[in-house]
Design a protein around this ligand. Structure first.
Ligand code: F6R
Length: 241
């Protein structure tokens, strides 16, 4: 586990975007694993700014998102596909067919999970997977207790996750009760993993990641067994203030 400590959220975003841009410069066919949520927003803004200013091209880049709510179509403003379109895809020259998000409206969800896992394998694996972390250590929608050998699957969302994610919905009752998520084993197949931890509300999660044993009760701890795993965190996450 490699640790990168920065002062501020802005620096965390800068560092993350640099890593991604360098990766794409070295290999224009990079396969990027992407996350939604608040944490990567600053990095996505910088990727867009760099694309506009310096012309970094996503023509051959392939992206694979971690997760999606069950039942939300791409047109729903709280779906993760909508978020990715708004926050990144609409502003760079990625090909639509190369920007993958699980289909939460699929009729057969189990088939969709199988299709998604096969897609990752057929791509030859993800080169760089970007992750955020839940306060309880979840990665993707893999909540505490998720087996480390899990692949893409449907999850029942915990009340806590629904409440925390309620900020992206008009009303908590609108938050779906299920989601499709890449599993822990799917994530661990990535060649490189970068976990972003920012803000005092994540201090306990960072502390547990750094100091606790690897355990299924704290999903992000699985990442510590990965040979190319980097955590980028800011002072607020470290100090809890
Ligand atoms: C998002 C995802 C989640 C978030 C996590 C942190 O695709 O899979 O695991 O990364 O909930 O969310 P934020 O960044 O909003 O604190």
């Amino acid at each position: 586990m490699k640790l990168i400590e920065v002062e501020t959220y802005e620096q965390l975003s800068e560092k993350t975007s640099e890593l991604i841009i360098n990766k794409i410069k070295n290999d224009p066919h990079t396969k990027l694993g992407l996350a939604t949520g608040s944490t990567p927003l600053g990095a996505y803004k910088r990727l867009i700014a760099d694309h506009t200013k310096n012309g970094t091209s996503y023509e051959h880049v392939i992206t694979v998102n971690l997760d999606e709510y069950v039942g939300l179509a791409e047109s729903h403003s709280s779906s993760y596909r909508y978020y990715m379109n708004e926050e990144l895809f609409n502003h760079i020259n990625i090909k639509r067919e190369n920007a993958h998000v699980p289909d939460g409206t699929a009729e057969d969800l189990d088939e969709e999970c199988k299709r998604y896992e096969a897609l990752i394998d057929n791509l030859g694996g993800i080169d760089l997977q970007l992750l955020g972390i839940g306060q309880n250590g979840h990665i993707g929608f893999n909540e505490p207790g998720t087996p480390f050998d899990s692949v893409t699957h449907v999850v029942e969302l915990t009340e806590n996750t629904r409440r925390v994610n309620g900020r992206f919905f008009k009303d908590i009752d609108e938050v779906p009760t299920r989601a499709i998520t890449m599993g822990i084993a799917s994530i661990l197949k990535s060649k490189e993993i970068v976990l972003l931890i920012s803000g005092k509300q994540k201090a306990e999660a960072l502390h547990r990641l750094l100091h606790e044993e690897i355990s299924e009760q704290f999903p992000a701890s699985a990442l510590k067994s990965h040979p190319n795993f980097t955590v980028i965190y800011d002072k607020a996450a470290l100090e809890g203030v």
